[in-house]
Design a protein around this ligand. Structure first.
Ligand SMILES: Cc1cc2nc3c(=O)[nH]c(=O)nc-3n(C[C@H](O)[C@H](O)[C@H](O)COP(=O)(O)OP(=O)(O)OC[C@H]3O[C@@H](n4cnc5c(N)ncnc54)[C@H](O)[C@@H]3O)c2cc1C
Length: 451
């Protein structure tokens, strides 16, 4: 079956395109992305309050906004494939797109793959990645190792300033390392950082080295005016040095500019191949906002619809039931206490349930470490719930919020959220950090149950 329209990417651009295409009866298929170019839901899953998206006078949490846009797309009949697009052929028609599990053909495609956080590629960077270095203060700032200790942020734009301010909630002091002698951030954001006595700004400063043992404990800096080098003791380093468009997938087939952004017709979604359209940050090095991405998603879907009708290609698609059939809602668990603890519950929350299950349960136990503002946790928690339902009670789960249960997080040496530990008979069998496919956990659990 050839799809009318496949949308690659599930940020504001991808989901908005899906809403318009679904309402136009195209029954679009969204390949949400999983890992390759950021998580499903896109960049807004890594931020806290979005205060400039119309319709939310009091602001809205980034993950919540994305959950709502996703729900709207699903309500109109969008089908999701929760995987990465790993290969694509746009040179032959119908187009083909390959994921880990599927080979999909499509008459038209919208590329809405957004952009990913840049790295510096310093020596030791891989060694300390998730052991002191993070690209998401909002996701990892609450980690016990970062509390009451000196932290640093690299970068001079809006993201760097936002992250530095955010980290003052946790660190004893925050250093911001700026390559030039001024911020690129908006004046309002820069002024807030300059006025904050918990932040020291290091102008004209390059980050050139990373040192530590099994955890980062100091960084090497170079003053670009004097060439002097010095060390700064920090236990956490947050990268906020911009983004690269996610165009690897299509780079040899669609025209891109020198920075890798897709080239389209001036102000329009058409790319260099007919029937392939772009939306969002992947073709926008200038505006890069939720609302501009959403608006370009709308345009891309409208143009795709016109193109399909003009070429007599759109048709009604008979689908099996949608999966998931309704959008997943944010999963808010009630913390278990002596009074409401249930030894047979599939998923509970908090240290009380953890202690009881860890000591008393004979079943495998998944412990999911989360933090309140962590976007990837939004994605993972409903996935874990679905997984536990699949096992019909032979496995149990407990969520630990690392901000509430700091001691437990410290003992478990949690270095970022989400982190998942799998126990059986008090023995830690396996651990994972970040969002993983359900099949990864399923496999590990089956191995225990079958052993
Ligand atoms: C920390 C932070 C704070 C921000 N705050 C704001 C704000 O307050 N207001 C605002 O308007 N904007 C804000 N932005 C900018 C905004 O998030 C982006 O402009 C917007 O998300 C871009 O949307 P997009 O849909 O183009 O791409 P993205 O949001 O980047 O989404 C891209 C999608 O493509 C998927 N993908 C990538 N590669 C593949 C692949 N191979 N296969 C399948 N899927 C793939 C990804 O998984 C993701 O789902 C912020 C950005 C950051 C990083």
């Amino acid at each position: 079956m050839t799809e009318n329209l496949v949308i690659i990417g599930s940020g504001p651009a991808g989901y908005t395109a899906a809403i318009y295409a679904a309402r136009a009866n195209l029954q679009p298929l969204v390949i949400t992305g999983f890992k390759k170019g950021g998580i499903a839901g896109g960049q807004l899953m890594t931020t806290t309050l979005v205060e400039n998206f119309p319709g939310f006078p009091d602001g809205v949490l980034g993950p919540e906004l994305m959950d709502r846009i996703k729900a709207q797309a699903i309500r109109w009949g969008t089908k999701l494939i929760e995987e990465d697009a790993e290969g694509i052929d746009l040179l032959n028609r119908p187009f083909t797109i390959k994921t880990d599990q599927k080979l999909i053909t499509a008459h038209s495609v919208i590329i809405a793959t957004g952009a990913s956080a840049n790295r510096l590629d310093l020596p030791n960077e891989k060694l300390f990645w998730t052991r002191g270095i993070s690209a998401c203060a909002i996701c990892d700032g609450a980690t016990p190792q970062f509390r009451n200790t000196e932290l640093a942020v690299v970068g001079g734009g809006d993201s760097a300033c936002e992250e530095a301010e955010y980290l003052t909630k946790y660190g004893s002091h925050v250093h911001i390392l700026v390559r030039s002698n001024k911020f690129k951030a908006s004046a309002a954001m820069a002024d807030r950082v300059i006025a904050n006595t918990m932040i020291t700004i290091h102008w004209n400063t390059l980050l050139i080295g990373l040192e530590g043992d099994h955890w980062l404990n100091s960084i090497k800096l170079k003053d670009i005016k004097t060439n002097k080098e010095r060390n700064l003791s920090v236990k956490g380093l947050f990268y906020a040095i911009g983004h690269t468009p996610n165009t690897d997938l299509v780079a040899n087939q669609l025209q891109t500019n020198s920075k890798g952004y897709l080239i389209t017709k001036q102000g329009r979604p058409e790319t260099s191949i007919e029937g392939v359209f772009s939306a969002g940050d992947v073709a926008d090095s200038e505006w890069r906002q939720g609302i501009t991405a959403a608006s370009s998603g709308c345009k891309a879907a409208l143009v795709a619809e016109r193109w399909l009708s003009k070429n007599n290609l759109s048709r009604l698609i008979e689908r099996e039931e949608l999966n998931p059939s309704i959008a997943q809602k944010k999963l808010d668990l009630v913390t278990s206490t002596k009074e409401n603890y249930n030894s047979n519950a599939l998923l509970q929350k908090g240290s009380y349930a953890l202690r009881r299950l860890y000591h008393e349960s004979k079943r495998p136990l998944l412990v999911i470490y989360t933090s309140a503002n962590c976007g990837p946790c939004y994605i993972l928690k409903p996935q874990i719930k679905r997984l536990l339902e699949e096992f019909e009670g032979s496995v149990q789960g407990v969520e630990i919020d690392i901000e509430i249960d700091q001691k437990i997080a410290e003992q478990a040496e949690i270095a970022g959220t989400p982190t998942i530990h799998l126990f059986k008979d008090k023995i830690l069998i396996q651990k994972w950090s970040g969002v993983k496919q359900r099949s990864v956990f399923r496999e590990a659990i089956k191995n225990i149950l079958n052993s």
